[in-house]
Design a protein around this ligand. Structure first.
Ligand code: NAD
Length: 243
């Protein structure tokens, strides 16, 4: 289905996990995808995929974001996917942990939005999808203090933009996955010292009985990119975790 034929999509953290699956889903929907990531080696695996171009980009760098966006020119859809998960309670959270979580999970989204949204406002058309998670203002999750604080801020950011700019027909939505099979999730399992026990515990907390595949999240991202009458909302996709 050429749902998004010819639309230009800018994706951060596109080299693996949900970002990577979204690159493929957008390309299948007929969009032209600019896949960006800090990891040049991983990103190069996308070279040669039809309708996809790649740009190495560190979203923590304001100059780099502005330069890459200026090079691309026209962008219809922004998917802010980059993020980091910190483990630990608020008592274990260092200033550096919360600072870095806010830098990558929130301020980097603000940075790409400030670089890209003005052209959307001018055209009175655009879609922004911000990556949050249920571990935020949606639900308390153990050992995710810095992560939850920063992802709750993503929800606030999303609603604030919708309040300010809906009349210009720029739609902005946040997505809130539960647990999704991705390379960094496997690293979190390994860090517990018992991968199999961690895998079972993560699957057990999703009432649907399994964790999500990145492609299932990518379908929602593509839907929201083309959805013309929803904005300022959180879209929960968590296998019934918060049902
Ligand atoms: P991942 O964590 O396995 O991969 C993250 C990607 O981000 C990597 O390709 C990495 O190179 C890139 N990246 C890291 N720092 C960057 C930077 N400064 N600039 C540009 N790119 C950078 O992928 P994932 O688990 O699918 O997570 C993607 C997003 O989804 C994150 O925001 C995460 O918080 C969110 N999320 C994940 C889950 C999950 O269970 N996996 C659940 C809910 C939300």
């Amino acid at each position: 289905m050429a749902y998004l034929e010819g639309k230009i999509v800018f994706i951060t953290a596109a080299a693996q996990g949900i970002g990577r699956a979204s690159v493929e889903a957008f390309a299948s929907a007929g969009a032209l995808v600019v896949a960006t990531d800090i990891n040049a080696a991983k990103l190069s695996e996308l070279e040669g995929v039809a309708n996809v171009t790649t740009r190495v980009l560190d979203v923590l760098s304001d100059d780099s974001v502005k330069r890459v966006v200026a090079d691309i020119g026209h962008i219809d859809i922004l998917f802010n996917c980059a993020g980091v998960v910190h483990a630990g309670t608020v008592l274990e959270m260092s200033d550096q942990d919360i600072d870095f979580a806010l830098e990558l999970n929130v301020k980097a989204q603000i940075r790409t939005i400030k670089a890209i949204m003005p052209q959307m406002l001018e055209r009175k058309d655009g879609a922004i999808i911000n990556m949050a998670t249920v571990a935020s203002s949606v639900k308390g999750v153990p050992n995710r203090a810095a992560y939850s604080i920063s992802k709750a801020a993503v929800i606030g950011l999303t609603k604030s933009i919708a309040s300010d700019f809906t009349s210009s027909n720029v739609r902005v939505n946040a997505i809130c996955p539960g647990t999704v099979d991705s390379p960094s999730l496997h690293e979190r399992w390994a860090a517990t010292g018992d991968v199999e026990a961690a895998r079972q515990a993560f699957a057990a907390r999703q009432p649907i009985g399994r964790i999500a595949q990145p492609e299932e999240i990518a379908d929602l991202v593509v839907y929201l990119a083309g959805a013309t009458y929803t904005t300022g909302q959180i879209h929960i996709i968590d296998g019934g975790w918060t049902a």
